[in-house]
Write a protein that binds this ligand. Structure first.
Ligand SMILES: NC(=O)c1ccc[n+]([C@@H]2O[C@H](COP(=O)([O-])OP(=O)(O)OC[C@H]3O[C@@H](n4cnc5c(N)ncnc54)[C@H](O)[C@@H]3O)[C@@H](O)[C@H]2O)c1
Length: 258
């Protein structure tokens, strides 16, 4: 089960998991590319879904279980970008980015996790957060808040499932720049530099490969850009020292600097 499957990382995951011979349920709000992708992958079921609406995600779960009876891998991946100073992003835009990135993930967990526990056997949830969920760049407060929340939700989820003895694993995917259409989902002026960093980021196929390896190995935090690790360490040091965050400039990814 993959949300945000019609483009970028979700699409690459769908193609990768199809090669693993998994049966796929693909969800996205963008119907045409979703249908085209599903028709190119044997046996894939496309379900147009707006993950920010609980009713849509509940319908999605009902359809997935009616068709396949079990879900072994849930990828809460749909997301949108947002750019701007905290006070300059309008209330509607705050609601949009939290609605898709955070509430979409919450809806996925509410609709699928109880069913995944009840079906018995091993299963796994992958939540797509971001490096912006581990560190906080300037001019991305709304996006970063949504992704920090996805990291926190995932950290709680893995512990809650362990407490209940459920055989459902969790990974939280925290990529740096990935070459996808994400920048075009930021309404208005997505920063030129952000667009350029994304367009020269890692290929989404590399992120899909890394994710599949992480699920197999049962890794929780899935980092794709090791060159950004010092920024995470610096944040932990700043928290413990009570210092305000120093201005963060995430390095260009290796792929980007080629
Ligand atoms: N590209 C990057 O640099 C990068 C970095 C870190 C994290 N991420 C995260 O990766 C995930 C995938 O993004 P991507 O980079 O592949 O971008 P993308 O724009 O190529 O793909 C995102 C997909 O999500 C879909 N979507 C948007 N709103 C939706 C909704 N309400 N319901 C259902 N589907 C919806 C879009 O239609 C699109 O197909 C997102 O959560 C994003 O925040 C991306």
């Amino acid at each position: 089960m993959i949300t945000g499957a019609a483009s970028g990382i979700g699409r690459a995951l769908a193609q990768r998991l199809s090669r693993e011979r998994m049966h796929l349920v693909l969800a996205d709000v963008d119907r045409r590319p979703l249908r085209e992708l599903a028709s190119s992958l044997p046996g894939a079921l496309a379900v147009p879904t707006d993950v920010s609406r609980m009713r849509d995600v509940e319908m999605l779960a009902a359809k997935a279980y009616a068709r396949f009876g079990r879900v072994h891998l849930l990828c809460n991946n749909a997301g949108v970008a947002e750019y701007g100073a905290v006070w300059e992003v309008s209330l509607r835009r705050w609601q949009r980015v939290l609605g898709v990135n955070l509430w979409g993930t919450v809806h996925g967990c509410l609709a699928f996790v109880p069913r995944m526990i009840a079906q018995g056997g091993a299963a796994h949830v992958v939540n797509t957060a971001s490096m912006a969920g581990l560190v906080t760049p300037p001019l991305a407060g709304a996006y970063s808040a949504s992704k920090h929340a996805v990291v926190a939700l995932s950290e709680a989820l893995v512990q809650d499932l362990a407490l209940r003895g459920a055989r459902v694993g969790v990974s939280v995917l925290c990529p740096g720049w990935v070459a996808t259409a994400l920048a075009s989902s930021a309404p208005g002026a997505a920063d030129r530099m952000m667009r350029s960093l994304i367009s020269r980021g890692l290929p989404p196929e590399a992120v899909a490969d890394r994710t599949v390896r992480a699920v197999r190995a049962g890794e929780f935090y899935v980092l794709t850009h090791p060159e950004m690790a010092p920024a995470v360490r610096r944040r932990a040091d700043e928290i413990l020292a009570g210092r305000a965050p120093g201005m963060l400039r995430l390095p260009r990814s290796r792929a980007a600097s080629r």
